[in-house]
Design a protein around this ligand. Structure first.
Ligand SMILES: Cc1cc2nc3c(=O)[nH]c(=O)nc-3n(C[C@H](O)[C@H](O)[C@H](O)COP(=O)(O)O)c2cc1C
Length: 166
């Protein structure tokens, strides 16, 4: 990406989420900032995933995912699920299964269960559309975490000019 375009992306605002997936007797979860509501009726969410992530084949095979909204107190969770690890990332956190088997983090602010209804190639990522089939509010007083508070945790910050680094 050109030096001219790079700083513009720091002006786009995002929340921080943990996306849960399950298939073939396996479960995983990863941190994602590129998540948005994409329809009111039916309620739908869209996310953008790097197909090289180990979660991607599970998302495709399972045909579903959960979106767990993180709060200000969850910076460590964002780092935990946003860093490639050999061990089971879910082993050290409290979770339960959504209807489709994908993990719901019991400490999140809110969760959604989505059924995959479409995919679209998007450069080095894949846009995945999900229809919301279930969900719940877990912490009414929690304040959502902003991507700008944790973007140093992912590789994107190396692309930013020094003055925009967290
Ligand atoms: C704050 C933050 C936001 C991230 N947002 C995304 C995202 O929107 N899409 C994506 O594909 N990866 C995103 N990542 C990177 C993945 O979480 C990371 O590569 C993770 O290790 C992938 O896990 P997996 O290989 O176990 O599936 C983000 C990481 C962090 C720390």
């Amino acid at each position: 990406m050109s030096e001219k375009l790079l700083p513009l992306f720091g002006n786009l605002t995002h929340g921080v989420y943990v996306i849960g997936v399950s298939a073939m007797g396996r479960k995983n979860a990863f941190t994602a900032a590129w998540v948005m509501q994409s329809s009111f009726d039916p309620p739908m969410l869209a996310l953008s995933i790097n197909p090289a992530h180990s979660s991607y084949p599970l998302l495709v095979a399972g045909g579903c995912f959960t979106v767990n909204a993180l709060g200000k107190q969850h910076r460590e969770l964002a780092l935990h699920f946003g860093t490639p690890r050999k061990e089971d990332k879910l082993a050290s956190v409290n979770w339960r299964e959504a209807g489709c088997g994908a993990p719901v983090l019991v400490d999140a602010l809110a969760w959604f269960e989505c059924s995959v209804v479409g995919e679209l190639a998007s450069g080095d990522h894949v846009l995945v559309l999900g229809k919301v089939v279930d969900g719940g509010l877990l912490d009414v007083e929690g304040i959502p975490l902003n991507y700008s508070e944790v973007c140093g945790f992912d590789s994107s910050s190396r692309l930013l000019p020094d003055k925009m680094k967290p």
